[in-house]
Design a protein. Structure first.
Length: 538
């Protein structure tokens, strides 16, 4: 006699975000092989791995990407990470995929169910520019900028090297908030009105005592940088003037859409080079423009800060290659200094896997784009997973974000307490999350966690990854305070506050996944011998 019990759970997972803060709504990430499956109910789990492709020069564990987290602090340049020994790439890093041996299972028998590749960059707006002004600085061999200081004005002259022609002069009044421009080194100056408004955020002071308040200018939310006063065209290319400051000089960017060419090497925001250690050549992986977000020069700094996030499914590739080191290369990144948010860039791989000897789990993956700063605090509801109806509820959470700075505390990640209803301003409604590589008051701090120090699974293996956060953490859910039996939804809240030094972090969470131990009755088989009195069988 055989007894078989099969139990299937069909769930619809969804995410709801606060409007205006979630720039692209978070949705369950599904595979092309199972587009209707939003939750994987499998004997298995998921993992995340990845690395940074841009680092501080010189490197330090303490600072954020490009700065030390203080108003008026030192601005440090960023440089490429390039470890692959391949002359055809300008930036590269690696991370190792390792399957666990849960319950003594054989990793060789582990099967890849799904694999997704993410990459992020912040390469604009300053493609050509100088940080602290140095006279006669060569901007990529195209322009020279000179600075002239007087009692009343700080004047910048942009000269095209090819024909020594002055194509734009800009001067900043030192005593009042005012910018003037002209198209040559002669003629009438044009005074631009409106730059004193909050939309433009211009700050120009009259003395060194105001260094904390008069360092920078940038365009406003309405895309005002398209105003004729603040861009010029040379050789058929439009260059946007993104910053004018008495102390930090003049900053120029070239809007090239998806394409980014630096020192003769062309990279694309929607592409990445990807390979396994067993391959000598890279495979170019391309995302569609909707996966996930590619801010252009038509999006202001106070919009998405030019933080790009790409995605593509790579299940077939990872299935074919399995465990080992994976490389991500030629992400569209800029080297050098930046005077506002800072440059950063890296990649991450998410892998869902199964093995018959592992525990049952419900695994749900979500991605989107949630801008977080001191005024935007996204609240995201995750709905559709299924916790155990009884017994232990083991919970693992993974998150990824761009632009979290080591030197800028104040950013937090909260998770709704089990059984609570979201009340945004009630701290007792939420837990403050943290893991071994960060703190609850500086959650997104450029950490990749867990970090394997004795047996490094990344190259390079930095503590401070300068704006790239990739983390997995097991929640202390023994008392079922985070997720309780039968629970099907929770909420995450991201926030950021200004630090005592006068700065606030800016970051973009783009991924989180949740794995919850679940109960699925196993098929059961047994043999039975029944003796029936008086029966006779030939």
């Amino acid at each position: 006699m055989q007894k078989r019990v099969l139990f299937f759970v069909v769930m619809l997972a969804s995410v709801v975000g606060a409007s205006g803060q979630v720039r692209k709504p978070f949705h369950p990430r599904t595979s092309q092989f199972s587009p209707d499956k939003t939750t994987y109910t499998i004997k298995g789990d998921f993992t995340v791995l990845g690395n940074t492709n841009l680092i501080l020069e010189p490197y330090t564990d303490l600072y954020g990407n490009n700065n030390n987290g203080k108003v008026g602090g030192t601005i440090r340049p960023m440089r490429y990470v390039d470890i692959d020994g391949d002359a055809s790439t300008v930036n590269s890093s690696s991370a190792k995929l390792v399957f666990p041996e849960e319950n003594g299972c054989n990793p060789a028998c582990t099967e890849v169910v799904y694999a997704g590749l993410y990459w992020m960059s912040r390469g604009e707006p300053v493609l050509y520019g100088n940080n602290i002004m140095v006279n006669n600085q060569n901007l990529n061999g195209k322009f020279t900028i000179t600075q002239s200081l007087s009692d009343s004005y700080n004047t910048y002259t942009i000269t095209r090297i090819s024909d020594n022609k002055v194509i734009r002069q800009i001067r900043v009044r030192r005593d009042i908030v005012q910018i003037q421009t002209r198209n040559s080194d002669s003629g009438d100056w044009t005074t631009h009105s409106g730059i004193n408004s909050a939309d433009y955020k211009i700050r120009v002071g009259s003395g060194d005592a105001n260094v904390h308040n008069d360092r920078r200018w940038w365009p406003g939310q309405d895309g005002s940088h398209n105003n004729a006063a603040f861009h010029f065209t040379s050789g058929g290319v439009t260059y946007y003037i993104y910053g004018v400051s008495r102390y930090y000089g003049l900053y120029i960017a070239k809007n090239t859409g998806m394409e980014l060419t630096l020192n003769g090497h062309t990279m694309y925001k929607n592409k990445i080079k990807f390979k396994h250690q067993s391959e000598s050549a890279y495979t170019t992986v391309t995302a569609t423009t909707s996966e996930i977000m590619y801010p252009t020069a038509d999006t202001s700094w106070n919009g998405n800060y030019f933080i790009n996030v790409g995605y593509a499914e790579v299940t077939d590739y990872v299935r074919a290659h399995g465990e080992g080191n994976y490389f991500g290369a030629d992400i569209a990144l800029c080297e050098g200094p930046d005077f506002q948010v800072g440059y950063c860039g890296g990649w991450a791989l998410v892998v869902v896997y199964q093995n018959e000897d592992m525990k049952w789990r419900n695994i749900t993956l979500f991605d989107g784009y949630a801008l977080t700063n001191e005024t935007n605090h996204p609240l995201i509801t995750v709905d559709g997973f299924q916790a155990n109806p009884a017994g232990d509820v083991a919970v693992k959470v993974a998150m990824m974000a761009a632009e979290g700075d080591k030197g800028m505390p104040g950013d937090r990640c909260h998770m709704l307490r089990a059984g609570k209803t979201a009340i945004t301003n009630n701290p007792n409604t939420y837990f403050e999350l943290h893991h071994g590589g960060n703190a609850d008051t500086n959650f997104f701090n450029g950490s990749i966690y867990p970090r394997y120090t004795s047996n490094p699974n990344r190259n390079p293996n930095y503590l401070n990854n300068c704006g790239i956060d990739i983390s997995m953490m097991t929640l202390p859910n023994e008392n079922k305070e985070y997720i309780r039996n039968g629970q099907t939804s929770t909420q995450f809240r991201f926030s950021c506050v200004q630090t005592p030094s006068g700065v606030a972090d800016i970051y973009v969470p783009w991924f989180f996944g949740i794995s919850i131990q679940c109960y699925v009755p196993e098929p059961e088989a047994f043999n039975a011998f029944v003796e029936v009195e008086g029966a006779h069988f030939d």
